[in-house]
Design a protein around this ligand. Structure first.
Ligand code: AMP
Length: 197
């Protein structure tokens, strides 16, 4: 893996465990010579992660829409900085630039970004995997919701089973490398049959 995109909070989160985990992740990416692709901001966990990678000698690529740059949240010291026109274009370029994705604790922006990749994987628009770095059980309630979605028949069991989840930076990388996507033809055929009730 050459470049990994990390979706993470523009806030820091209250407990220090999130900052500590972002520092650990940043050091590991630099050590393994994996470039960080992220939203390019100089705030919150995004800043902690980018600064750690840079301070550890790694490469950081920021992707940010002009509107956010105008709000003065852009990081000024990155290895590369791409300016785009919209949030949609930002996500598109992040997908192009990255070999895989890590969902780190964050808010609505993070949820939006990780949901898009899970949907793209489901439709096989991209086979680049996404792994949840489940620091301090942050995503547990989301996993409960996904479980509810499966039980209620709106999320396929195979897509739930295929989620990559780890509490640990090292193991998430090997899981991302081993990822095998779910066959799209099978579940679309299943949905067609189930729709003829
Ligand atoms: P959130 O999880 O709501 O804090 O949003 C973080 C994610 O959304 C990041 O991965 C960014 O791509 C994007 N984002 C949201 N707010 C900002 C911001 N103030 N500056 C830069 N990116 C942001």
């Amino acid at each position: 893996m050459k470049q990994i995109c990390v979706f993470c909070g523009s806030s820091l989160g209250f407990p220090s465990v999130y900052r500590e985990a972002a520092t650990e992740l940043g050091k590991m990416l630099a050590l393994k010579k994996i470039g960080l692709v992220y939203g390019g901001a100089n705030v919150g966990i995004m800043k902690v992660l980018a600064d750690t990678v840079l301070q550890s000698g790694g490469e950081v690529i920021g992707v940010m829409p002009q509107s956010l740059i105008d709000k003065e949240v852009a990081h000024q010291g990155l290895s590369k900085f791409h300016i785009v026109q919209s949030m949609a274009e930002r996500k598109e370029l992040m997908v192009q630039l990255s070999d895989a994705f890590i969902a780190f604790p964050g808010g609505f922006g993070t949820l939006d970004e990780l949901s898009e990749i899970l949907t793209f994987n489901q439709l096989r628009i991209t086979d680049k995997p996404l792994g949840f770095l489940n620091i301090s059980g942050y995503f547990d309630l989301l996993f409960d919701f996904i479980d509810h979605g499966v039980k209620e028949g709106f999320i396929r069991g195979e897509h739930q089973q295929n989620l990559i989840i780890s509490t640990d930076c090292e193991s998430i990388l090997s899981k991302l490398v081993d990822f095998v996507p779910v066959s799209v033809t099978k579940w679309i055929e299943d949905i067609k049959v189930e729709s003829e009730f």
